[in-house]
Design a binder for this molecule. Structure first.
Ligand code: U2F
Length: 564
């Protein structure tokens, strides 16, 4: 059956059920965005032309909303608790539905079991019950529940699972044995999935797939209205929960801001003003999402206090024509030094409250400054008040961008297929590259055969030997490219080192998430023994890593130019 784009979301709203505040929030959002999804579907349909799309049967099991996992989020929806996850799930559901796939949605263990065809209480039975879904989207909580209740089927069908994982899972944490041996064990990791099965909220490391969410896009008339209606001295503070306002030292920079601007907040409160919120702040209380957007349309500045990390609100602010001002973290926050990230399966270092805003958007929309430096802070405020900025939304966060990306994943990602090229040592791998004319990197040879069906297509590969201590994520960005982990197998050979003229005195094959790599001191080259450990993330001053990079579409970093 072919998938047909849908523009009416009312059946989806029925499928989403009701009761919980979280579901109500998500349904309102899906409903409000219907028109934007419909236009996006129309545009994508035109862009794809006659491409055949199979209709998939998809189960969406939202584990964190189940009572069995404690559902700590639903009761906080109206109290300033996290909404980012619900924004993302609402958008994933809408996108899958608009793309025309068959959907089932579960938010309890009972519903999960009945959809999986597992008789209750028979979770550990040795039978493999056929899975009636081509794809399952879930989260870490749901993954655990599926493992417990699917018996042997879990192993057989886990390649069909996609895990929505806000902050990402790096390969070193995903590989059970390696994580255990090398201190990468956490509450969440060690599932031995293909790291691309984890789907993140922002493009953190390309080892995972970037799923994202959407922000409402303004049309030309709305943009005009926003341009005309901005109050150049109005600031809104990022932080809907009073605890965010506890930040030490805030008096100093808020005092400076207060000299220039009228400060607004949307902090949840019960009966009286939360004591953390200074009296000069005009607090509106937690606003419904559409009213929050309206407030952003009038404001000039959206200012972050350092928490929450990496949420949707800064993108919404920028899309509504605000400048986002945030603090630089020095030293960077990570699972090593910050409670929030502790136990998360990533070593990623976070250099500001919203690294995506800093690195993918930047000035004039985003200013990242040291809040402890009053001069720098004050200068930024003055400069921001003078600059005129237009509403801006990166393509990958528009409805069309998200549809395009999910379409490409559904069409091309197959983790159930037989593994790619055999690991080194098991067969002589004739490398399909040549040294580029300027001798700095490898390129795909013109006459090399291309693995049919390989996605992303291998001819977009370009490979560098990174500087010592540089991760492949950064090394590729240095060249205006993005690291592509699925290309590692092509590079993992003596021949690749040779073509790059790396002086290997010896070559060893071992399990290490930094390999393939070259160690200068002993002139040793190392190949990767375990395909699951290929990793864009990770660095050590000991190694020059061999890095596979590819191009990407403007505003759509998940997809290479020939990836659609
Ligand atoms: C992030 O979760 P948060 O919910 O704290 O993220 P925010 O950026 O604050 O935004 C979530 C939504 O809240 C909405 C706003 C955003 O789409 O439109 N909102 C609102 O409806 N009313 C208001 O008055 C103010 C905002 C992140 F997304 C999570 O993944 C993390 O777990 C969490 C902690 O770092 O931060």
């Amino acid at each position: 059956v072919q998938a047909v784009f849908r523009s009416n979301l009312s059946h989806l709203l029925e499928l989403m059920g009701s009761g919980k505040e979280s579901l109500i929030f998500m349904k309102k959002r899906a409903k409000r965005l219907t028109a934007q999804w419909a236009v996006a579907a129309q545009r994508l349909s035109q862009k794809l032309g006659a491409v055949q799309r199979d209709q998939k049967q998809i189960l969406v099991h939202i584990g964190f909303l189940t009572e069995e996992s404690g559902d700590v989020f639903s009761p906080r929806v109206l109290k300033g608790g996290p909404l980012g996850e619900m924004v993302q799930w609402a958008d994933i559901l809408a996108a899958l539905y608009v793309l025309g796939h068959g959907l089932r949605i579960t938010v309890s263990l009972k519903e999960l079991q009945s959809n999986l065809g597992v008789p209750p209480g028979r979770g550990n039975c040795p039978l493999t019950v056929p899975l009636p879904f081509d794809l399952v989207y879930t989260d870490y909580h749901g993954l655990q529940q599926m493992k417990q209740h699917m018996g042997l089927s879990f192993k057989k069908y886990r390649c069909r699972i996609r895990v929505i994982d806000t902050f990402g899972t790096e390969p070193a944490y995903n590989h059970e044995e390696y994580a255990t041996l090398h201190g990468y064990r956490t509450n969440w990791g060690y599932w031995n999935l293909n790291p691309k099965q984890f789907m993140t909220m922002f493009p953190h490391t390309p080892d995972n797939s970037f799923m994202g969410f959407v922000s409402e896009e303004l049309n030309e008339t709305e943009k005009q209205l926003v341009r005309g209606g901005k109050a150049s001295n109005m600031a809104v503070v990022y932080g809907k929960e009073a605890s965010i306002w506890k930040l030490q030292g805030k008096e100093k920079f808020l005092g400076i801001l207060n000299k220039y601007m009228e400060i607004h907040g949307t902090v949840y409160y019960e009966s009286q003003r939360p004591p953390e919120v200074p009296a000069f702040v005009k607090n509106h209380g937690l606003l419904p999402q559409p009213e929050f957007q309206q407030l952003l349309r009038k404001a000039k500045l959206f200012i972050g206090f350092g928490f929450p990390y990496e949420g949707p609100a800064p993108l919404e602010a920028i899309a509504n024509g605000c400048v986002f001002l945030q603090s630089r973290f020095s030293p960077p926050h990570s699972s090593l030094n910050h409670e929030f990230f502790r136990g998360k399966p990533t070593s990623r270092e976070v250099f500001s409250q919203h690294p995506y805003a800093e690195n993918f958007i930047g000035k004039p929309h985003v200013w990242t400054v040291d809040y402890n430096n009053s001069d720098e802070f004050e200068a930024a405020i003055k400069a921001i008040m003078k600059t005129q900025v237009d509403p801006y939304l990166p393509y990958e966060y528009t409805c069309e961008g998200m549809l395009e990306r999910i379409h490409a994943y559904i069409q091309h990602q197959d983790f159930c297929a037989a593994p790619g090229p055999a690991p080194p040592g098991t067969r002589a791998l004739q490398s399909p590259f040549v040294l580029a004319p300027n001798a700095t990197h490898l390129e795909w040879a013109q006459n090399a055969s291309v693995a049919p069906g390989a996605w992303p297509p291998a001819h977009s590969l370009r490979a560098w030997l990174a500087a010592a201590g540089r991760a492949c994520t950064d090394a590729c960005l240095d060249h205006g490219l993005i690291c592509e982990p699925s290309f590692f197998p092509f590079l993992n050979s003596q021949d690749a080192f040779q073509k790059l003229q790396v002086p290997c005195d010896s070559t060893e094959s071992e399990m290490n998430h930094l390999y393939p790599a070259f160690a200068q001191p002993g002139r040793e080259c190392f190949l990767q023994k375990e395909p699951l450990l290929f990793s864009c993330a990770g660095s050590s001053t000991k190694y020059h890593r061999l890095c596979p990079c590819r191009d990407f579409r403007k505003g759509q970093v998940a997809l290479c130019r020939d990836c659609l």
